[in-house]
Design a protein around this ligand. Structure first.
Ligand SMILES: Nc1ncnc2c1ncn2[C@@H]1O[C@H](COP(=O)(O)OP(=O)(O)O)[C@@H](O)[C@H]1O
Ligand SMILES: N[C@@H](CCC(=O)OP(=O)(O)O)C(=O)O
Length: 379
């Protein structure tokens, strides 16, 4: 696992996210020279043997000019139209810029649903692995033209963290218009640069805003959420400017390095913790909550006080405490309809009264991910 920003040159696989603010000019339209500069640096890394996955914003901004929009789109359909027009332009420029180095790119447009559903998640993993093995740089954006309002990532910072988890990257690099995290809005006199963050969730005395550049989405808040998601699954994060991309890979860029806070988790665990959404909830008593949070126990029927929602065996569910706070997510081994008569009973009673099939754990340890405290709304 990478310990410092200086080690980035040794990373095998790096996900790089470039924000709209780094790809646009002062009038908010696409600045092709900036896109080419980032592409040149990344293509060189790919040619040198590093595996690069690019998450790029800029579709909405790139679509503004051709549609004659002077500011941000006014509503969702206008943003969808701008993204649709802009995405084509964006990928055309990337294709050309990387081709100058003999590197093919492959466009992948994701929606939140692609990560929420296990079958789609697995399918995305397969596609990425094949692209990377073929020497391609996957170029990813959200599928803004069709993503339904209630199911969008909305910002590419968190999408980039999910992609980093999906491809099991060694590092995530967030390129933006500011050379790292400051203890307050960087334009404010006296704001201090923070070179290293040990744990995003333990950050204190730092003021971040959700509004950033004129074209970006989410400001620094979504970057911290992204860093929290990545670092808590074992992936360190470097935040710096797009102009620093070469220096970043040489290990010399001014930026902020977010240490990984946990060991690398399996894709299944990461999916459960960060992406999976379920239709149901299992409400646990205090003893069961302690056992699950402590780390080694499976969930038994004896520790469940109530079942909410409708689900089938094999689907993800939330494990919540009696106050409703999410403690963990897991794959449940029984249908919702089977559980009520099992609640509160020991495995021995279940076997005696309901039969052998009911002697099992309700959620096996291997199918369970404890949801730790992290920056709110990190999903
Ligand atoms: N504490 C902070 N440290 C650094 N930048 C901050 C902070 N709080 C807010 N920001 C703002 O976040 C912006 C970057 O976010 P955003 O505009 O969404 O960029 P991008 O388009 O690259 O995703 C910066 O321009 C900066 O003004
Ligand atoms: N998918 C959108 C990007 C949304 C977004 O997160 O933008 P940014 O904050 O600039 O990374 C687009 O391509 O315009």
């Amino acid at each position: 696992m990478l310990r410092t920003a200086a080690e980035l040159s040794t990373a095998r696989r790096v996900v790089v996210k470039v924000g709209s603010s780094s790809l646009t000019g002062p009038d908010g339209s696409l600045a092709v020279d900036r896109l080419i500069a980032v592409s040149d640096a990344l293509a060189e890394r790919r040619v040198a043997g590093q595996e690069i996955v690019l998450v790029t914003s800029g579709a909405v901004a790139a679509g503004r000019g051709p549609l004659g929009l002077s500011g941000r789109p006014r509503d969702t359909p206008e943003a969808q139209a701008a993204a649709s027009v802009g995405q084509g332009l964006l990928i055309a420029h990337y294709t050309e810029a990387f081709a100058a180095h003999g590197v093919p790119v492959g466009q992948v447009l994701l929606t939140a649903e692609d990560t929420i559903r296990r079958s789609r998640y697995r399918n995305a993993v397969r596609a990425f692995e094949r692209l990377i093995a073929a020497g391609v740089v996957p170029v990813i954006n959200e599928n803004d033209a069709v993503a339904p309002d209630e199911l969008t990532f909305g910002d590419n910072d968190r999408l980039a963290a999910l992609v980093a988890q999906l491809v099991r990257a060694d590092a995530l690099v967030l390129l933006t218009d500011v050379d790292g995290l400051y203890d307050g809005p960087p334009g404010r006199p006296g704001a201090r640069h923070i070179p290293v963050v040990e744990s995003v969730d333990a950050l204190e005395g730092v003021e971040v805003t959700g509004t950033g550049s004129r074209v970006g989405t989410g400001g620094m808040i979504t970057k911290l959420q992204s860093a929290s998601m990545a670092t808590s699954s074992g992936i360190p994060v470097l935040l710096t400017t797009a102009a620093n991309v070469r220096a970043a890979f040489a290990g010399t860029a001014k930026g902020t390095w977010f240490h990984a806070t946990r060991k690398r988790a399996s894709r299944r665990q990461v999916w459960l913790e960060h992406a999976a959404r379920g239709n149901g909830k299992l409400v646990l008593d205090d003893g069961a909550v302690r056992a699950i949070v402590d780390g080694t126990a499976s969930l038994l029927a004896a520790g469940i006080v109530r079942v909410e929602g409708d689900f089938r065996a094999g689907e993800p569910v939330e494990l919540v405490d009696v106050q409703g706070a999410v403690v963990a997510r897991g794959i449940v081994a029984f249908d919702a309809a089977e559980l009520p008569e099992m609640l509160g009973r020991s495995t021995r009673e279940l076997r005696a009264e309901l039969g052998d099939r009911f002697e099992r754990e309700v959620v096996h340890r291997d199918d369970l991910a404890v949801v730790r405290r992290r920056t709110d709304a990190a999903r």
